[in-house]
Write a protein that binds this ligand. Structure first.
Ligand SMILES: NC(=O)c1cnc(OC2CCCC2)nc1N
Length: 330
């Protein structure tokens, strides 16, 4: 049985490694060298080999899970994962905005503008700050348990920073960066294998791999974009504050998110990213506009499976061939 000093050292190593993992993979701002990080990880691995009774599922040494799954277990989402209504032009965006203002008796309200990441929506559940379950959106009510695959994504924290509540659900979009997609297809072309059509498809296929080692071998990333349910964290007044709070807990939040106060500012954001979208290292297919204050979100409510308080303002569709040529596949 390991003596107290060993148990202390293991807890200290885990805390340090989760912190440095957060600095490196979420903040892209490491404070120790890769060599020093690896030395800490190796020290923990050695102790865990000598004292297997100390191994815990959230240990940073266990990001790449066990054996391949036979299939995926279904998971019922505690809060339905809603879908987004679409706007394709300024007029329909303005129609959405007018409808919301009318329903709010012409109250003023801020809106968050977020890039609509073209990936796979997932739900992440944390208990006492430890990642315990990850699931695909599925049909919004029931998804697939892909916890082992999501654990391999370095920008998904296994243990949260700060002071998390006992239960927390976070939603995010998992995606394959464009450069990783290009490289993956290059490798597949060399092996004479069928190519993936686009980063979204290859990302979805990667997350639904039965073998976590395959998922781990592809550089998947995540942008967290909301709480599972605003009611889970009573102290937060609005979505913008919720995103700031999630960032403080260790989640990767997109730096291009912007707080807007008028529909004109929303249109400016949209036009800015119609121009900038192909310069980003990940694919986006529009802008998600959300009424920011949580009290207004709950009074606006949901119609069918779509929240009245959010809309996806889609970018103009483009010719797929041009896109592949732009990515460098020809
Ligand atoms: N793909 C995205 O980037 C994205 C997707 N969904 C949401 O918000 C949900 C919450 C309420 C309905 C949609 N935000 C996003 N940024």
């Amino acid at each position: 049985m390991a003596d107290d000093s060993i148990v202390q050292r293991v807890a200290e190593l885990r805390r340090e490694l989760h912190y440095h993992n957060h600095r490196y993979y979420v903040m892209d701002d490491p404070v120790i060298s890769d060599f020093d990080y690896d030395m800490l990880l190796q020290e923990l691995r050695t102790i865990e080999e000598e004292h297997p009774e100390l191994v815990t599922p959230d240990s940073p040494t266990h990001r790449i899970g066990g054996d391949p799954a036979e299939g995926f277990v279904q998971v019922e989402h505690r809060h339905t994962m809603l879908s987004l209504g679409n706007a394709f032009d300024d007029e329909s965006l303005e129609a959405w905005y007018r409808r919301v203002r009318n329903l709010l008796d012409d109250a003023d309200f801020s809106m968050t503008c977020e890039l609509k990441i073209d990936g796979l929506a997932v739900s992440l559940v944390y208990e006492d700050g430890v990642f315990v379950q990850g699931a695909t959106r599925g049909n919004g009510f029931v998804g697939e348990n892909v916890t082992q695959n999501l654990r391999t994504i370095r920008s998904i924290p296994l243990v949260l920073q700060g002071d998390p509540p006992p239960y927390l659900e976070v939603r995010g979009e998992v995606y394959m960066p464009v450069e990783s997609f290009r490289r993956l297809n290059e490798e597949r072309a060399e092996r004479g294998e069928q190519l993936f059509a686009n980063p979204r498809n290859s990302g979805a296929g990667t997350i639904r791999q039965l073998d976590p080692k395959v998922t781990a071998s592809r550089n998947m990333q995540i942008w967290a974009y909301s709480l599972g349910d605003a009611g889970d964290v009573p102290g937060l007044p609005d979505h913008w504050e919720a995103l700031e709070w999630l960032k403080s807990l260790g989640f990767r939040i997109n730096p291009n998110n912007r707080l807007c106060y008028t529909v004109e500012e929303v249109k400016d954001y949209y036009r800015e990213f119609v121009e900038r979208r192909h310069g980003l290292p990940y694919e986006v297919d529009g802008v998600v506009v959300k009424v920011n204050p949580f009290n207004y979100q709950s009074s606006l409510g949901v119609v069918g499976r779509e929240p009245r308080w959010a809309v996806a303002y889609k970018f103009p569709a483009e010719r797929a061939v041009t896109r592949l040529l732009e990515i460098g596949i020809n």
